[in-house]
Design a protein around this ligand. Structure first.
Ligand code: BES
Ligand code: MN
Ligand code: ZN
Length: 486
């Protein structure tokens, strides 16, 4: 997809279709003769500005555009950059479905955040999880060119536009990794994707293999991996700015279970195919690193992705097994399906050994977070309120919904084992919280935020602005978190 920021008058923008937000407060105005046509559509009730509405006008008078697409955006007074991102995606998807592929958009909102959001929306909306379809015509289902029409945009708009492209392309990179099926996206494959991305983008990438992890003593991570013929890896990607601020070294830790059968505590067959997205946290941190090295924040950032396949079989970990984690604590594995936390704790301890001063992790960790928050909000947990507030502020600005969950010490009562320091599961109640509490036992005292993305990393049905499948959630928040840190 070609992209361009165009400062010429709206009337002069040549394209197959020009997208304009329409609001409930009244018909949109372009200043050209087509305003009469728009007013007619408005008067007939076809263009009410309600969210989700599309009105396509052919041959708009006085415009160089071949068509005008009015996208309903609700109340103008409430219209934000996040709404604009979705509207741009919805407009792009609506048009490409009709094979209208050279498109332009008037953002309907001013400022740098709007410029970024508009181009992000178009790039994210254009993504399709169809790499493995052999249809020779599938390129016809892509946007060919996208023009953002901002007459007289200030000079800063160019940087905002470029930033939006980097963020959205990095998010799509992450979605591409998640979309790969488990037979192709093995831990080793994830490592080679990380290596390739790092080489292209200019990052340092190191991959710890099983032997190295054995030497280090990562018994908790290795216990999960033992049931699979696919060897585990710990992927480490480093971003070091030329002039680093000494104070902060941020770790981004992402769960990289390339397929989760549940192990011996096996999952039901129904829906198990979705468990290829159990590495979405790992993919999110790799996507963020890709954007980070291009946007150059002033802090050091290290990504850690423990990658394993969770299988059952004659060599697999048993319920009741006790493993020794890297930090020395022993864990009784009461349920082999609670494997995410087992691999994350060794990565978290390793991040501390690398000198990271702050840690954020993203993980498709629990079904319980989907029960609690549905598919709307990421569940956010912390041992440091100030750090979580920073993450929540950043996420809000990026249009990624996150909701704080509690982490009171009462939940610790569920984490008692008769035979080891702690069990890997609690009771049925508050499952996403006891999972987070388990991580906290290893993250303390380093300031840490845990994001449970089990409900938000995958769309079960396609949305107007986004295809079914991986969402790439957290890529933008992680990138902006690093950029905003001084
Ligand atoms: N990967 C799953 C969590 C998950 C569930 C992600 C549904 C996406 C959708 C995780 O490894 C898991 O199996 N968690 C268990 C924990 C339980 C055994 C305590 C769960 O949530 O059922
Ligand atoms: Mn599991
Ligand atoms: Zn899992």
């Amino acid at each position: 997809m070609q992209t361009r920021l165009d400062r010429s008058p709206i009337a002069a923008i040549a394209c197959d279709a020009l997208i304009i937000p329409a609001f409930e407060e009244g018909a949109p105005v372009t200043g050209a003769a087509c305003d009469e046509q728009i007013a007619a559509a408005h008067g007939s009730g076809e263009c009410s500005g309600k969210e989700g509405e599309f009105v396509l006008l052919h041959g708009p008078r006085g415009l160089a555009a071949g068509r005008l697409l009015l996208v309903g955006c609700g109340k103008q007074a409430l219209f934000t950059a996040a709404d604009l991102r979705r509207a741009a995606g919805a407009g792009a998807r609506h048009l490409k479905d009709k094979s209208i592929r050279n498109i332009a958009l008037v953002p309907g909102l001013s400022g740098a955040a709007a410029v970024s959001a508009a181009v992000e929306g178009a790039i994210l909306g254009d993504y399709e999880p169809d790499r493995l379809k052999t249809d020779p015509d599938k390129s016809k289902k892509r946007v060919e060119s996208f023009i953002l029409a901002v007459p007289g945009a200030p000079p800063e708009a160019d940087a905002a536009f470029d930033r939006g492209i980097i963020l959205a392309e990095s998010q799509n990179f992450s979605r591409g990794l998640v979309n790969e099926p488990g037979n192709l996206m093995t831990p080793n494959e994830l490592a080679s994707q990380a290596r390739m991305m790092s080489a292209e983008a200019g990052l340092e990438c190191e991959v710890l293999d099983r032997e190295r992890m054995q030497q280090l003593g990562m018994g908790s991570l290795l216990g999960v991996a033992i049931g699979s013929a696919e060897p585990p890896v710990l992927i480490i990607v480093r971003y070091r700015p030329e002039k680093a601020s000494a104070a902060t070294h941020l770790a981004l830790v992402g769960k990289g279970v390339t397929f989760d059968t549940g192990g011996v505590s096996i999952k039901p067959a129904d829906g198990m195919e979705k468990m290829k997205y159990d590495m979405a946290g790992g993919a999110a941190v790799l996507g963020a690193m890709r954007a980070i090295v291009k946007l150059k924040p002033s802090i050091a950032v290290t990504a850690l992705v423990p990658a394993v396949e969770n299988m059952s079989g004659s060599r697999a970990q048993r319920p009741g097994d006790i493993v020794t984690s890297l930090n020395g604590k022993t864990v009784e594995v009461l349920n082999t399906d609670a494997e995410g936390r087992l691999i994350l704790i060794d990565a978290i301890t390793y991040a501390q050994r690398l000198g990271c001063t702050h840690m954020v992790d993203a993980a498709t960790l629990t079904g319980a977070i989907v029960v609690a928050l549905g598919h709307v909000h990421v569940g956010a947990f912390t041992n440091n309120q100030e750090m979580l507030d920073r993450v929540l502020r950043t996420a809000r600005a990026e249009g990624e919904k996150m909701w704080q969950m509690p982490l009171d010490d009462e939940y610790k009562e569920q984490l008692k084992s008769a035979f080891a320091d702690l069990p890997n599961i609690g009771t049925r109640w508050g499952g996403s919280i006891t999972a987070a509490y388990f991580l906290k036992e290893f993250a303390d005292p380093t300031p840490w935020v845990h994001l449970d993305i089990a409900g938000t990393a995958w769309l079960d049905e396609c949305k107007p602005h986004m295809a079914k499948g991986p969402t790439g959630v957290c890529v933008r928040t992680f990138t902006e978190l690093a950029l905003g840190w001084q």
